[in-house]
Design a protein around this ligand. Structure first.
Ligand code: SF4
Length: 372
């Protein structure tokens, strides 16, 4: 036995180490268990706790931090995440913190964004296959073709894109500031149309909030595109008291029928500050699990869709990433410079005076969707 961890002797010949739930591990993780015991079964906890304890020790030894996205499971989000939040919030923390090593508990484009914002740090992702349907819907070559078709129009890119795509664009946006960014660049460039890529639904939902014309791309988030207007009508009928909060990557009919639309950070704030009695979060499954740990006065109705990419990240592969310094995410130096400029332009914009609203319809103009 060492470090409070015991190898399972029956499986000593196995190449896979098995971490046991020793009294030392139990004591070390007891405060966390008290927070999570309404959300994780004792059986699961006995499997998670040894890895959580080991990861947290290894992090301290190596001077590493773990950035955990809102869609990570609660054992990761609450158990080992040093910074938690949405993709942009995590990237900002990556740039601010003084750790030498960053483990991205999220998907590949997020790790790239961390690398772009702090190229001097080692950025690791526990599974290189943790991708994203939205990020993989468009390439840098596609962006160059769109620009050729619409010379003189600014390109606004959602942060859920690869570094190569960010490098081809003028300014990035998030779901929390997309309307503000579109209006700002249109003013600055003196144009009445803006290219907003790659999420078609985000672009359509933004276009309803502004008089600026929007040119979109047919990218979709495979989690949010699956929600339908009928789903929301069924939820309203079954849970008439519930407040329904949707993510702006959902189809417009879903937004129209929901009570509130906002980024994962905005949903989190909504629940924690307004304390609704009953709520439905129309987004990835782990979001409600994570918010519920702190929102003790709210009952969560949980229809949800899993993101298969986010779910590639586990305590086990986070532990392996820290132990073996793998898998390092690299971005070419010239791409870093150009992608960083696009992200920095967004960061330098004045923060929105009010949080993004998707329910105040200003315009119903046609949205052009590019097909190449
Ligand atoms: S939830 Fe959607 S946008 Fe986020 S990583 Fe999964 S597929 Fe991509």
């Amino acid at each position: 036995m060492h470090d409070g961890f015991a190898m399972d002797t029956d499986r000593a010949a196995s190449p896979e180490p098995v971490f046991a739930f020793t009294p030392e591990v139990e004591a070390e993780t007891a405060p966390l268990w008290r927070r999570l015991k309404s959300h994780i079964t004792p059986l699961e906890w006995r499997a998670h706790a040894p890895l959580i304890a080991k990861i947290n020790r290894l992090k301290r030894q190596k001077g590493a931090v773990i950035l955990a996205h809102n869609y990570m499971t609660p054992d990761i989000f609450h158990g080992v995440g040093d910074y938690v939040g949405d993709s942009l919030g995590l990237a900002r923390e990556a740039a601010r913190c003084d750790a030498k090593i960053i483990v991205q508990a999220g998907v590949h484009f997020m790790a790239e964004t961390s690398k772009v914002l702090c190229p001097e740090k080692t950025v690791l992702i526990p599974d290189l296959l943790a991708g994203c349907s939205l990020a993989s819907s468009i390439t840098a070559a596609d962006v160059r073709l769109i620009k050729q078709r619409h010379p003189g129009l600014p390109v606004v890119t959602y942060v859920n894109t690869t570094a190569d795509v960010k490098a081809e664009t003028d300014v990035c946006c998030t779901s929390a500031n997309a309307v503000q960014v579109v209006e700002h660049v249109a003013r600055e460039w003196g144009v009445d149309r803006v290219i907003l890529i790659p999420d078609e639904f985000l672009a359509r939902n933004v276009a309803r909030q502004t008089h600026i014309g929007v040119i979109a791309w047919k990218g979709r988030c495979e989690v949010h595109e699956r929600f339908t207007g009928q789903d929301i009508l069924d939820l309203r009928a079954a849970y008439p008291q519930a407040e329904i909060l949707a993510h702006p990557e959902c189809p417009t009919e879903v937004i129209e029928l929901s009570h509130f639309t906002g980024s994962t950070a905005a949903m989190n704030d909504y629940v924690l500050t307004r304390k609704p009695r009953q709520v439905v979060l129309i987004t990835e499954c782990s979001m409600a699990d994570n918010v519920a740990v702190d929102a003790v006065e709210t009952e969560f109705v949980r229809p949800c869709n899993l993101c298969p990419h986010m779910k590639r990240i586990s305590l086990r592969n986070i532990y392996e990433a820290l132990l073996h310094d793998r898998y390092e995410v690299t971005v070419e130096a010239d791409v870093i410079v150009r992608a960083r400029a696009a992200v920095q332009r967004m960061i330098d914009m004045p923060p929105p005076s009010t949080p993004a609203r998707y329910d105040l319809v200003k315009a119903r103009h046609h949205v052009d969707v590019e097909l190449i």
